[in-house]
Design a protein around this ligand. Sequence first.
Ligand code: HEC
Ligand code: HEC
Length: 306
Amino acid sequence: MHRFIKLTFSLLILGGAGFGLLSAPTRLDAAKLAATTPGDVNRGQNIFWQGGCASCHAASGATGDAKLVLSGGEELATPFGTFVTPNISPSKQGIGDWSLADFANAMTHGVSPDGRHYYPAFPYTSYARMQLQDVADLYAFMKTLPPSDNVAGPHKLSFPFTVRRGLGLWKRLYLSDQPVVTIANATDAIKRGQYLVEGPGHCGECHTPRNAIGGLDKTLWLAGAKAPEGKGVVPNITGGEGGIDSWSAQDIAYSLESGFTPDFDSLGGSMAKVVQNTAHLQSSDRDAIAAYLKAIPAHPNGYPAQ
Ligand code: HEC
Ligand code: HEC
């Protein structure tokens, strides 16, 4: 399997070399960004918790206020190697010198200020669906966080994954700002939940299975997946066989607030960190996420029987 992944990825890179234009980074339309109003710090704080930035960018094991120091250095194990998250605090070693345009291009187009593609271990494939005003508000909030001078180490990847250029073609296949599912007669709460789950909340990045080159299989949206770190699974959160059909919308909203399932188990693994974000959301937003999960298409488990 691993060899197959490498082969496919190598082909993408070779393709990238041959079709330079296809793999060149695309950027946000500056006029759209100019249409946003100056960022609102208070709104930005909510969006920060919606986006779960601290889960990956706070120092490993940080709790309480230390979660607001986005010094990076957290290691993320994946089938492609180990990614080390960068410092994104407002400092010289972080993103203190970045303009809003730099930040918005990173978040919605996966492109760095100097034109490199980011790896999708940074879930910009979901953040691409964020409203630009939300990105502007988040930017304003992040400027208020404590600076850190930490310099995070390099990723530990092996060839061919070390070559960022090939990601241009990958992004052509898997980067989209369009909604994932279509829900007939969606209520306002369901629409809000759809925005939160498919956009800033990036729930699909863990709960949806991926193909050999790491693209999400949207035909099994939120149906559960093998855990990226290699052992165990991320559960099916649709209403299908193996999923959470027996949970009421209140059960779901309560689990996102308290970390408890209807059986009074506590949510563990990487979901424990997610709950540290969702616990800060407005309760109407947790209700909206629950309404959306009850409305999406049901699928059987997106991973092989254990
Ligand atoms: C699942 C883990 C994860 C989450 C959640 C996450 N990031 Fe990241 N982020 C990364 C990784 C990994 C990179 C490095 C990507 C690369 O090197 O290509 C990164 C890179 C970045 C960068 C580029 C920094 C630089 O120095 O070039 C910015 C900006 C950023 N993230 C902002 C955010 C914000 C804002 C949020 C929350 C809305 C967030 N990230 C949530 C993993 C994450
Ligand atoms: C970083 C990966 C990750 C992300 C992002 C994530 N989850 Fe989870 N989720 C998990 C894991 C792992 C579990 C299993 C936890 C356990 O076994 O205790 C889980 C469990 C759950 C459960 C309980 C399911 C059950 O059968 O027990 C719900 C509900 C849930 N997640 C909803 C969400 C929602 C909503 C989001 C987005 C706001 C989300 N998750 C984002 C990894 C993730």
